[in-house]
Design a protein around this ligand. Sequence first.
Ligand SMILES: [Cu+2]
Length: 151
Amino acid sequence: MVKPGWIGFAVLLYAAQSMAGEVAMSDAWSRATAPGQDSAAVGLHITSQKDARIIAVSSPAAASAEIHSMTHENGMMKMRQLESLPLPSKQEVVLGAGGDHLMLLGLKKPLVAGDTVPLTLTLQFADKSTEQVTLKATVQPLTHEHHHHHD
Ligand SMILES: [Cu+2]
């Protein structure tokens, strides 16, 4: 006779394990900050096995973090905050390659090439359940062609 409490525990464990395999992330990067710069974009590759959205981002390295889109308007690059970012099932979404990206705002210290920046993403699935996943972005050297200004 199995006690009800144990059944609940086993179900929870199973759920946690199956969720962990739902989202794959790789190649997370950020870029070294220039003097006086206190924000930085983060890019990564992310694939969810089922429909999900990124609904929040946070990092202990920054006062706040946002999901941004980047668009060209009248020849100007404009970034704006997105409420959430869709992750269609089984499709790799590439963030940071000149389009949608994550943005660290109010960096607590400059980012130096070779450092890693921890981030937590909150994902929401179609059934409204949420899951937090963590990743580490590797700080790459500042290069001219990837530098953009935040307004
Ligand atoms: Cu941005």
